[in-house]
Write a protein that binds this ligand. Structure first.
Ligand code: ASP
Length: 446
């Protein structure tokens, strides 16, 4: 079995966290490939190393001394080294970094040093071979990852029985120049590695025990989602749940490698498994109807009513093209006869709403044009819902029972999700009602 284990910034924030990582790696010899982020925040007031490095780059650009900020970074690494009794020559590394950036600043090089230094220390501590990401993570000049070259390079480093540690977040262009990924990119490094080594599982170690059925800021102690499909995850993220970066999902999904989101601070918790297809496991243990409840406030609905427009070919396309001109991304388009509603995030139309409206009025001369703000969208997502007859009826009736007015309804054609729009003021109440009925009650009855 081959496991790729990626540790996020909070998992390597200090020596205490390093010790937890070591326990996790030592507990399972299948964890042969390790990817690390740069040290994250130790406390709420602390700063991520990557943020400090970006700050150094900004100082250099404006000709202001970056010394005091760089010192904070040096101190952080020195204290980890000292606490763990490591030998890595950090002083030489700091000197080299300073020399390189003083000569000619390459921001990507500078900010990649967070992962690089964390990787050096962690590799020594875990007794793994340190493989610099610039030697194995190959980019094309357009910034996309060259999977073939990466596989070739990485395979040349694989030695039987030896663990490998690769820093996340950066790689090199074909000319050897260091390039970083978008923020949070270590997730992508882990996924690419999992793809090229044909891992059986990609473990993503972070500071939460996987995904929760509902937002813990609204529901006290919500239950964990043990298994979720990639499609369900998409539905959840579309409505605002904070989940993995798309680019981190693609390399593993294309090879059907499960992602296991785990908690470094609670390693016995099995976390959440994300799979392409859960049907084998679902047969053994059928899923609950609802996998997750998600939602977001502050949408705006623009409704256009015009007689006989439903029969006019291209009417909807013409409406949407106006939104496109203003680069407004559309969340949903509920339609009934001669009535077209366009739902967008309020902040996306903040600056252009009145221009869009005047264009709509001018070009379509509608019978009525309404704008409604303060709409919250709530979605229940679940691959198990298909099997429950009358599920949407039960779902909608919960709103009625709780005196919550539904303004919009949208069910995905694959029955994977049902979304409703309610007033922002009813958002939390609606989430509670849905959670009580479809999660708490359903589990009590199961
Ligand atoms: N250290 C980088 C960041 O803070 C990349 C990562 O942590 O994945 O965005």
């Amino acid at each position: 079995m081959i496991k790729v284990a990626k540790f996020g910034g909070s998992s390597v924030a200090n020596s205490t966290q390093f010790r937890k990582v070591k326990k996790i790696i030592d507990a399972d010899h299948d964890r042969k490939f390790i990817v690390t982020s740069a040290c994250g925040k130790e406390t709420h007031e602390d700063h991520k190393v990557t943020d400090l490095l970006y700050l150094c780059a900004a100082h250099i650009k404006y000709g202001v001394s970056y010394d005091s900020i760089f010192q904070l970074i040096e101190d952080k690494y020195m204290s980890i080294k000292k606490d763990l009794g490591l030998k890595t020559d950090l002083k030489a590394e700091f000197k080299k970094i300073r020399a390189v950036i003083d000569r000619d600043l390459n921001t990507d090089y500078l900010v990649s040093r967070g992962e690089y230094l964390t990787g050096l220390l962690l590799a020594e501590y875990l007794e793994a071979e340190f493989v610099d990401a610039s030697q194995v993570m190959a980019f094309h000049y357009d910034g996309s990852i060259d999977m073939e070259r990466t596989a070739e390079l990485l395979n040349s480093h694989v030695q039987k029985g030896k663990k490998i540690l690769v820093p996340g977040f950066y790689g090199a262009l074909p000319n050897g120049v260091i390039k970083v990924m978008s923020r949070g990119g270590s997730d992508i490094t882990g996924a690419v590695l999992a793809n090229v080594v044909d891992a059986d599982v990609y473990e993503n170690w972070t500071d939460v025990s996987g995904f929760l059925v509902a937002d813990p800021r609204i529901i006290d102690d919500p239950v964990r989602i043990p298994r979720i499909t990639y499609n369900e995850l998409r539905e959840m993220s579309y409505m605002g749940a904070n989940v993995l970066h798309d680019d981190a999902v693609f390399p593993v999904r294309s090879k059907n490698i499960p992602i296991n989101v785990r908690n470094t601070n609670d390693p016995d918790n099995p976390g959440t498994m994300i799979l392409n297809d859960c049907s084998d496991m679902d047969q053994k243990e059928p899923p609950h109807a609802v996998t997750g409840i998600t939602g977001r406030k502050d949408f705006t609905v623009i409704t256009i009513v015009k007689s006989h427009s439903s029969a006019e070919v291209g009417f909807l396309r013409k409406i949407l093209s106006i939104f496109e001109e203003y680069h407004v991304s559309i969340e949903s388009v509920p339609i009934t006869v001669d009535t077209f509603s366009v739902i967008v995030q309020t902040k996306a139309v903040e600056k252009c709403l009145y221009e869009i409206v005047s264009r709509l009025k001018k070009e379509f001369v509608p019978d009525d044009l309404r704008i409604e703000d303060h709409l919250a969208m709530i979605a229940v997502v679940g691959r198990g819902m298909k099997k429950v007859p009358g599920m949407s009826g039960q779902f909608l009736s919960e709103f009625g029972k709780n005196g919550i007015n539904i303004k919009v309804i949208n069910q995905s054609s694959d029955e994977l999700s049902i979304a409703v729009g309610v007033d922002d003021r009813d958002f939390e109440k609606a989430i509670h009602a849905i959670y009580d009925k479809f999660v708490s009650q359903a589990r009590r009855l199961a």
